[in-house]
Design a protein around this ligand. Structure first.
Ligand code: ARG
Ligand code: ZN
Length: 875
């Protein structure tokens, strides 16, 4: 059954308040749901959402027990026919948390109870109007065995607690803010707590509490610091302060996504809470800081102001991702963060936008909402919010935010409401921005330049295409840009009269606004034909098609004032080289290295001024995924051969210099780990050099030595990764040592699985199959599934795309196994097949067969059904 945005109807009933009582028990938890309900208008039937996992015990309307003939019940809903306009309902249900392997609704993880309700999991707890535009006041009473659950938590403030007979106890929590049920949370179990406080700008003291299993108490420090930084930053940059007396975070090992922003009680995947230098990498530390920030920022953008319906998901997610990106940028390096986000978008969102699941950031329909928590809604959504920021500037954007909050606090609203606030606060018309919300696909922006040496005039024509055509609603595309001469000196920008009002000076630099399908801009007084620096800071989520010459790219790579364009230019040179070798592979000609790329690489490597993290990013080759995205038909063999060749060629060519850089950085590394911008950059560059060096087998010892000599996980893992492509005995020994050392730490063992799942060798598939039988492999923990099966399908190009098709068959079987236990995770794995139609034969047909195999299975979940049926339909 498909749901459509156009069918939206506002709710007929209001739930004034809800009092939930939980009698917790592993296999039979009783939930008493007492609601005060009011009809908004006429006498419509009251439809409450439910799920087949619920056992209905009883219903009372105004204390009167209802009989079977008084209501209608099916596997998805309960329909009541209220006798009055205002009434009380008491619905009693039973659920089985222990057997809940979907990890949606109320479930158990390592013996502790927890909930996940977004998007539609509350209906697996009780019958309710499970939709985000029904806001209510929640009170939650939890009754549980003292020995089994010493901690009892829910949203809001603790108002009462005490002992009960039979070794039981209880707690009552009251949330003073109205909220939709997807923000409900309950946690109970034997957890330990790490505590701190934060004083808000209004001088209110907030108790901060992070709950973890006892064995993890030594890994909460960074999460706590991250939370305090988030609170501080949201006050300083957005003027938003926290609104309750307590902020709680709970870390659990079994969690479908990253984390959940439940009011006052966030539940987190332990991956985004737990860290100490020995067991977590710089990347993990950064992930924690940003996800803690993300969930915290949701308190205003998501909780205080929520979504009218799930088609508005990007209203809260795009905005909150934008906020967490800005937070990370302010904490670390804005330029590095921007490049990392662009890489992430290109590797993950662009393929999605070009594949069978392509959807606008505001999807127009869905079968299973959980399938739409996507890179598109989140990351492209954040890019679209960033467009407002680029257009309006920080000040204008903040005025818009202020107005958004003043107008809509306490409400469930739409993306139009957000735009209206931005427009009104700045007195501008932003209507055209809507076109970004309703059209799928990555816009293709083609630039043609015409220079007239006699008039000294330059014309730039921008043409936008969507899904290969020019029949779409034109997008407003802000392009930050600059001109420079052959020496790399910036040239003045003098727009002609007709262009003047389309070009502005902004805090981020010169900005031109493309508003039409074909839009031309004219500039005067240019003595020579300038080099073009376009899309500085990646000012719009488009794929830019401007055919710069190699000379132009070389100048931009070393001289542009914008870090993104410098990085992009060297990546383009690498891409030219990679593509050239694909052609050579297909013609059975020898590979080559382009002088332009070599020179640009050399310039970066020898640049002593550039930030080390930026240097490391510039030295990396374009990722294989982005590389293959450049082709309509993907020849996997050619792509991998070309990529491997260039990597090794760089290592050979720059061996000495890489070794020198490596040794200097290794010698200067501080013995004590710090999560600090400079230290992170040092490690990043050092490990980039190491990775190249280990392309040459003679340097294998350097990797082994680094593995042995370092105690921070960043360096340890980087060493293992650098060794990973060679099936040498030293690699096996290090992996074994690593396993023995970390056997009891789930998050580190995930890394151990991921390392092997990503090893590109002929053995890969066999190894991964064997690992599914390993005693530490489990189908019940999403992190483990992602680290073995997800990494194999996403990153093991050699193994997954094995020419026999066995890699595809294997993953298809695994998807079916996982689907029985956890449809949400199974659907994510199933989406690894989405690119079949672009693969060259024989892989195309082989992958198609694997998807068909999934599709033909009986009892597929809605989640997997939606993915595979849409995937099969794409030709
Ligand atoms: N709102 C959460 C976040 O962005 C994600 C929850 C997604 N859950 C799901 N089952 N789809 O942090
Ligand atoms: Zn979010």
């Amino acid at each position: 059954q498909e749901h459509f945005l156009k069918d939206y109807q506002s709710p007929q009933y209001e739930i004034k308040s809800v009092y939930l009582t939980f009698y917790l028990s592993p296999n039979k938890t009783q939930v008493i749901n007492h609601m005060v309900v009011e009809a908004k208008g006429g006498k419509a039937p009251l439809l409450l959402d439910g799920d087949k996992s619920l056992t209905l015990v009883s219903i009372k309307e105004n204390n009167q027990l209802l009989l079977k003939e008084d209501y209608e019940l099916n596997s998805e809903s309960l329909t009541l026919f209220p006798k009055s306009n205002q009434f009380e309902l008491e619905i009693v249900t039973e659920v089985d948390p222990e057997s809940n392997t979907y990890l949606e609704g109320l479930y158990r993880t390592n013996g502790n109870y927890c909930t996940q309700c977004e998007a539609e999991g509350f209906r697996r707890i009780t019958y309710y109007m499970d939709r985000p535009d029904v806001l209510s006041s929640f009170t939650t009473k939890i009754v549980a065995d003292k020995a089994e659950s010493k901690v009892l938590l829910s949203n809001g403030n603790l108002i009462e607690s005490g002992d009960l007979p039979n070794n039981q106890h209880y707690a009552v929590w009251e949330d003073p803010y109205k909220k939709p049920c997807y923000l409900f949370a309950l946690v109970a179990g034997n957890l330990e707590v790490v505590e701190d406080t934060f004083v808000t700008q209004e001088n209110r003291e907030v108790a901060l509490k992070i709950y973890v299993e006892a064995r993890n108490l030594d890994k909460c420090e960074h999460a706590m610091q991250s939370l305090k930084k988030s609170m501080q930053w949201d006050e300083e940059r957005f003027g938003l302060a926290y609104d309750l007396d307590v902020y709680m975070i709970v870390a659990v090992d079994d969690f479908n996504m990253g984390a959940m922003e439940n009011k006052g009680l966030n539940v987190f995947n332990s991956k985004y809470v737990l860290a100490k230098p020995e067991s977590a990498t710089d990347h993990d530390f950064e992930g924690i800081e940003s996800v803690i920030g993300h969930e915290y920022f949701h308190n205003w953008t998501g909780n205080r102001i929520t979504c009218r319906d799930w088609f508005q998901l990007t209203l809260k997610e795009g905005l909150t991702v934008f906020r967490d990106q800005e937070f990370t940028a302010d904490m670390l390096s804005p330029d590095v963060k921007r490049i990392e986000d662009v890489k992430r978008l290109r590797n993950n969102q662009f393929p999605e936008d070009a594949g069978p699941m392509a959807h606008p950031i505001q999807p127009q329909s869905y079968i299973e909402m959980n399938n739409f928590y996507t890179m598109t809604v989140y990351e492209k959504g954040a890019e679209v919010v960033r467009l407002y920021h680029t257009l309006l500037g920080e000040k204008g954007f903040q005025q818009g935010m202020k107005r958004y909050i003043e107008c809509f606090d306490g409400q469930a609203v739409t993306i139009q409401d957000f735009r209206q606030a931005m427009a009104e606060a700045n007195d501008v018309n932003l209507n055209q921005m809507h076109h970004w919300y309703i059209q799928p696909g990555t816009p293709h922006l083609k630039v043609t330049k015409t220079y007239n040496p006699i008039t000294k005039c330059l014309a730039l024509k921008f043409s936008q295409f969507l899904n290969g055509k020019q029949v779409h609603l034109p997008l407003l595309i802000p392009v930050l840009f600059g001109f420079m001469d052959e020496e790399g000196t910036a040239l003045p920008i003098k727009p002609s009269i007709s262009t003047k009002n389309k070009v502005t000076q902004t805090e981020k630099g010169m900005l031109l606004k493309v508003t039409q399908l074909n839009d031309t801009f004219e500039f005067m007084g240019l003595e020579t034909e300038p080099y073009l620096s376009l899309l500085r800071h990646f000012s719009a989520p488009v794929s830019l098609d401007y055919k710069a010459t190699e000379e132009e790219l070389m100048v931009l790579a070393s001289h542009d004032s914008d870090s993104f364009v410098r990085w992009e230019s060297i990546q383009k040179l690498a891409m030219l080289n990679l593509k050239e070798n694909v052609i050579r592979f297909e013609n059975s000609e020898p590979f080559l290295i382009l002088d332009s790329y070599l020179n640009a690489f050399k310039a970066v490597l020898e640049d002593n001024e550039i930030d080390l993290a930026l240097k490391s990013l510039a030295m990396a080759l374009p990722d294989v995924i982005y590389f293959s995205e450049q082709y309509e038909e993907v020849n996997m063999d050619a792509i991998l051969a070309s990529h491997n060749f260039l990597k090794k060629a760089i290592a050979e060519f720059f061996e000495e210099s890489l070794l020198e850089t490596y040794q200097a950085l290794e010698a200067s590394e501080k013995p004590k780990y710090r999560y600090h911008k400079e230290d992170i950059a040092n490690r990043m560059l050092k490990n980039r050099c190491l990775n190249y060096l280990l392309q040459l087998p003679k340097h294998f010892d350097i990797g082994v030595a680094q593995y042995q000599n370092h105690h921070n996980m960043t360096d340890v893992l980087a060493a293992l990764e650098a060794m990973n492509h060679l099936a040498r005995v030293e690699r096996a020994q290090c992996l074994e040592d690593f396993y023995q050392r970390w056997q009891s730490d789930n998050l580190v063992i995930d890394k151990w699985f991921a390392l092997q799942a990503s090893a590109q060798s002929d053995q890969a598939l066999e190894d991964v199959k064997k690992l599914t039988k390993h005693p530490d492999f489990t189908y019940h923990t999403p992190n483990r599934l992602r680290s073995l099966l997800g990494v194999f399908g996403r990153l093991n190009f050699a193994g997954f795309h094995d020419k026999t098709g066995e890699g595809y068959q294997f993953l298809a079987e695994e998807v079916l196994k996982v689907d029985k236990l956890n449809p949400q995770v199974a659907a994510r794995l199933a989406s690894l097949f989405s690119q079949w139609q672009r693969l060259a034969e024989p892989r195309k047909t082989l992958m198609y067969k694997a998807i068909e195999h999934i599709a033909s299975a009986e009892d597929l979940s809605k989640d997997v059904f939606e993915i595979v049926s849409k995937t099969l339909k794409s030709h």
